[in-house]
Each structure stands twice: as structure tokens, then as C-alpha cells.
Design a protein around this ligand. Structure first.
Ligand code: HEM
Length: 419
């Protein structure tokens, strides 16, 4: 969770928060991340008490170790401390009302919650989702011009994951806009650039979202469905989850699965447009779509930061991370670590054994990764099938208002259909 930007300063020659929130950095973080990585794989910032991981080997150990948890309530001096509560009561209320949820707890508590939802993302469930994703992708592509200009984010990258998620949750299309608004407010939680007004807005969104889901669950009380809402209802009824846990996990899944996937599809297309030889290769070898999507995830991860909180003292690359200390993996650096990846800054749609960390690692590895991957694979397959020509039609606009997410607000393109 965020620390106030005013509590930051220059340390060890690096003013971390100024670097990470700088507009030029947000517009293109990779050269600066490489410079920081060259200074070492693990850094400690005494000003904020945070350990930053930039090396692939170091993050592989940190992300997968059971000594390194994800429960931010254990962060000594973090949002759950008396100091933080006194200093930022609005932030405290927001964070505490979004508990407990699987991403924010460890051990048995985490396993109990995660197990409830895992069946919704298994291979069999994904086979059931595929025709639905195909249908939504086809519908959006049919509404795009055969020859003309379009904002790819607005026309395709944003609506596809939203509709797919709402289908997964069995939420009618008439509510897409409301869900999108709630999700946009809540995705900012934990970002250091979140303003007090945005915290209040997120608080209102969370309350409305929970009320809505409470109603949805009540309305399904006597139905026996094997979809995601059915799994939630079953776990609530048999006492595996209490009401708060049921609601926070559902909200969290809707929020975690939306913008991240928009970003994957939007950033992925921009990578292809900036690397025409790789785009041509993908067109001639569509079977490379799977490895291409992994490479988009590696090159432009969208989520820039993955958090851990040490459950006990933990040693990595000669540095001891003490119990209760927060650790942030800077994924843009980790995924391009030249010690792990050949031609680390080059897009290679056929890159073998792509050990990108965009979905995290260990016990908290993204539960929705199979769905995001499937959606992106279908999206790119159908897009390239329909359009023989796709070109940039203006300057892509990165959203620069967040530190932990890097995605496009607008991507103007010119498309022309295959003859
Ligand atoms: C490209 C799309 C996505 C990206 C980049 C992404 C990324 C992540 C990351 C980095 C984590 C934390 C992993 C860690 O701490 O080691 C995570 C966890 C999670 N993600 Fe995703 N995610 C995506 C899509 C989705 C989707 C589609 C859903 C659900 C519909 C989802 C639901 C979750 C949940 C519930 C967790 C918490 C898992 C746990 O704590 O056990 N995500 N995701």
C-alpha cells in the first residue's frame, strides 16, 4: 500500500520516489530502470523503508519464497500502523474496508480463499470461455471500420476484457459502464500517486460495488450454477467464506482482471506496430500467437510493481530483508534483465522459454492468467485475420497518472481489411 510521497527523500544517491513518479520515467521507464539495475539487483531506500528488486534471479527467489508474504497488514509502519492511521485516516479506512482478500493474506487464510475460485480458471472452464471470447471479439471487430481510423483502446482493447469479465460474473451488458467506473476508481488503490479525492471516490465505489454484489448473491440464493458467482455462493453457504470475504474477493477479481487485460492488448498492439518485422512474422506464422503474447507481457508488463512483505528475515543477493519490511519488484527491469534474457530490449514473437514475471510468482501467481492469455491470443488472432494493414494514425497516449500501472489511454490506428 502507498506511503505518502512527502515522506520520501534522497537516499544512497537515488531519490526513488522522484525517479519513479517522474513524467519522463512514466512515459518510458526502461532506460532509467536499466541504469538502476546496473547499480545492483536489490536496493534499500532508507527514506521509505522499501527494498526494491530489479534483478530477475533475486525476484525469482523473493516472489516464490514462503518467507515473503503478500499480507500488507504485516508491513511494519505500513497502512495498518497507528502512525499511518493518524496521518491518513481516509486511506486507512479504504484499505481496511477492502480486507480480507486473497491477494492480501498469506498461508492457510490465502489458500482457503484462493481454492474457492480456482475451478473458474482451470483448462476445462477456459474451454467453455473460448467461444464466448470469440463471440465478443467478432462483435467488436464487426463494429470497426473496414478501412478507416479508430482508437484501438476505445473500440476493442477496453470493451473486450470488460464484457468477458462481466460474462464470467454473469453481469448484464447494461451495467458495463457502471462496472467500468467502479473498476477505474478501485484499480488506483495502493498507488502512491492516488490523491485524497481519489481515495474518497474509491471508498464510494467499493461500497456501491459490494452492495451490488450482495444483491446479486441474494438473487441467486436458490440457483445451482457452476460459474464464478455459483462458486462464491456455494463457499458462502457452506461457511468456507464469510460475507465480507465473498464480496471483497469478487470485487478484487473484477478489478484485477479488467484494466490489466486492456493493457496487455493495447500495449501488445503498439509493440507490434513499432516492430513491423515482428508483425510481419506473426502474420505469416499465426501459430506464434501464444509466444507473441508472452513476449508482450515481458516487454510491456502493464503492472510495474509486485509487492511482498517479509514474514521473517530473508536474505537475497547478500542483503538481509528484515521481517515486516516491504519489498517491491520492479517488473519492467526484471523482465528485461540482460543476465536472464538475450537481446532483452528487443521484441521476439517467437522467444522460447519466456520467463517473464508479469503474473508474479509463487502462491500468489495470478489466478486469472489463463483467462488473460486466452483473451489476448484470441484478440490478436482475429484482429490480424481481419486486417491486412494496421498502422499508427497518431501519437499513442500513455496514461501518466499512476506509478504502478503503465497502459495506453489512446492508441489511434488506421486499419484496412484483407481483400
Ligand atoms: C494481463 C492481465 C493480468 C495481469 C498482468 C495480472 C497480474 C497479476 C499480478 C502481478 C498478481 C500478483 C502476483 C504476485 O503477487 O505474485 C495478480 C494476482 C491476481 N490476479 Fe491477476 N493479472 C491479470 C489478469 C487477471 C484476471 C483476468 C483476473 C481475474 C478475472 C485476475 C485476478 C487476480 C487475482 C484474484 C489475484 C490474486 C491471486 C492470489 O493472491 O492468490 N488477474 N495478477
Amino acid at each position: 500500500m502507498s506511503k505518502d510521497i512527502s515522506s520520501t527523500g534522497v537516499s544512497g544517491g537515488i531519490d526513488w520516489w522522484s525517479v519513479l513518479s517522474d513524467r519522463d520515467f512514466l512515459a518510458n521507464p526502461y532506460p532509467q530502470l536499466r541504469r538502476l539495475q546496473e547499480k545492483g539487483p536489490v536496493h534499500f531506500d532508507p527514506a521509505s523503508g522499501i527494498y526494491f528488486i530489479l534483478g530477475h534471479r533475486a525476484f525469482a527467489r523473493v516472489s516464490k519464497s514462503s518467507s515473503m508474504g503478500r499480507d500488507t497488514r504485516n508491513w511494519l509502519g505500513g497502512w495498518n500502523s497507528d502512525d499511518y492511521r493518524a496521518h491518513d485516516p481516509v486511506g486507512y479506512k479504504l484499505f481496511s474496508e477492502f480486507q480480507p482478500q486473497m491477494i492480501n493474506c498469506d498461508g492457510e487464510e490465502h489458500r482457503r480463499m484462493r481454492k474457492v475460485y480456482e475451478p473458474a480458471f482451470r483448462a476445462q472452464a477456459m474451454s467453455r470461455m473460448a467461444p464466448l471470447i470469440e463471440e465478443q471479439a467478432a462483435r467488436l471487430l464487426a463494429a470497426m471500420p473496414d478501412d478507416g481510423e479508430v482508437d484501438f483502446i476505445e473500440a476493442f482493447a477496453a470493451p473486450l476484457p470488460l464484457r468477458v469479465l462481466c460474462e464470467l460474473f454473469d453481469i448484464p451488458e447494461s451495467l458495463d459502464e457502471t462496472i467500468s467506473r467502479w473498476s477505474a476508481s478501485l484499480i488506483r488503490i495502493g498507488d502512491i500517486l492516488m490523491t485524497p479525492d481519489q481515495k474518497l471516490e474509491a471508498q464510494a465505489a467499493l461500497a456501491e460495488f459490494k452492495d451490488f454484489l450482495r444483491e446479486q448473491i441474494r438473487a441467486r440464493e436458490n440457483r445451482h450454477e457452476d460459474n464464478l458467482m455459483g462458486l462464491a455462493l456455494h463457499a458462502y453457504k457452506d461457511g468456507t467464506l464469510d460475507e465480507e470475504e465473498t464480496l471483497t474477493n469478487l470485487v478484487s477479481m473484477l478489478v484485477a482482471g479488467h484494466e490489466t487485460t486492456v493493457t496487455l492488448i493495447g500495449n501488445g498492439l503498439l509493440l507490434l506496430l513499432r516492430n513491423p518485422a515482428e508483425l510481419a512474422r506473426l502474420r505469416t506464422e499465426p501459430a506464434l500467437t501464444r509466444t507473441a503474447v508472452e513476449e508482450f507481457l515481458r516487454m510491456e508488463p502493464g503492472g510495474n510493481m509486485i509487492l511482498r512483505v517479509a514474514r521473517e528475515d530473508f536474505e537475497v543477493e547478500g542483503m538481509t530483508i528484515p521481517r515486516g519490511a516491504p519489498v517491491i519488484g520492479l517488473i519492467g527491469a526484471i523482465n528485461r534483465d540482460p543476465a536472464r534474457f538475450e537481446r532483452a530490449d528487443e521484441l521476439d514473437v517467437a522467444r522460447p522459454a519466456n520467463a517473464q514475471f508479469t503474473f508474479g510468482g509463487g502462491a500468489h501467481f495470478c489466478i486469472g492468467a489463463p483467462l488473460a492469455r486466452l483473451e489476448a491470443q484470441i484478440a490478436f488472432s482475429r484482429l490480424l485475420e481481419k486486417y491486412a494493414h494496421i498502422d499508427l494514425a497518431g501519437t499513442p497516449e500513455w496514461r501518466l497518472d499512476r506509478m504502478n500501472a503503465r497502459g495506453l489511454g489512446h492508441l489511434p490506428i488506421h486499419v484496412r481489411k484483407a481483400a
